[in-house]
Design a protein around this ligand. Structure first.
Ligand SMILES: CC(C)(COP(=O)(O)OP(=O)(O)OC[C@H]1O[C@@H](n2cnc3c(N)ncnc32)[C@H](O)[C@@H]1OP(=O)(O)O)[C@@H](O)C(=O)NCCC(=O)NCCS
Length: 176
């Protein structure tokens, strides 16, 4: 199912997205803000493998962000397990040509609504690196609360960094 927003559309990934993903995601300005599982360099073959994983693993809710008919990025809600099973972990990236137009703020608001209303999450959270001011701003604009700073928990590109945990509790569950 597609979700049509003002600035973009969210649709399921398809195998033909590999070229566009590799082109946009092969950018250290993106990779430096993400876990090392996000490849850098991001080759076409890595994109193909990732798309195969998406097709295979339907537990996670992943969507391509499409701007003016062009793939612009990715957003996902990742399933948690055991006692965390009513949590979803939010992740996202946008190609650099699309930054600072309010796109991810709109996307996060939309996917949060899907997470709470369709996927019945109790809590949606994101862990971001302490230096990622743009991502912190996106989450603040979407009403997320800065819950914790995990000091020097991250080792990225040869340096220690803090992780900031942002979260939102399903407003329909408050006071239950
Ligand atoms: C983080 C990211 C998704 C933001 O997407 P976006 O569509 O550009 O975000 P928006 O335009 O909705 O909002 C960005 C906000 O950050 C602000 N911002 C951007 N760069 C900034 C900086 N260096 N310092 C301070 N604020 C900054 C913008 O001004 C804007 O805030 P405003 O609306 O109050 O002016 C995008 O930059 C990205 O993909 N980065 C690389 C990958 C990444 O960080 N993913 C998230 C990992 S947790």
């Amino acid at each position: 199912m597609d979700f049509v927003l003002k600035s973009c559309k969210l649709r399921e990934f398809q195998p033909s997205d590999a070229g566009a993903i590799a082109r946009l995601a092969n950018n250290p300005a993106i990779a430096s803000n993400l876990r090392d599982a996000f490849p850098s360099p991001y080759t076409f073959d890595k994109a193909v493998s990732w798309l195969e994983m998406v097709e295979f693993n339907k537990q996670n809710f992943l969507r391509a962000i499409i701007v003016d008919g062009e793939l612009a990025g990715s957003v996902g809600l990742h399933a948690c397990h055991d006692v965390y099973r009513f949590n979803l972990e939010l992740g996202y990236w946008l190609g650099e040509p699309f930054w600072n137009r309010g796109i991810m703020t709109e996307v996060v608001k939309a996917i949060v609504a899907i997470g709470f209303n369709e996927l019945k999450a109790h809590r949606i959270f994101a862990g971001i690196f302490g230096f990622n001011t743009a991502s912190a701003r996106v989450l603040q604009k979407c009403g997320f609360k800065h819950e914790a700073t995990l000091h020097q928990s991250v080792f990225k590109n040869g340096q220690w960094a803090d992780e900031l945990v942002f979260a939102l509790i399903n407003p329909q569950h408050v006071d239950q």
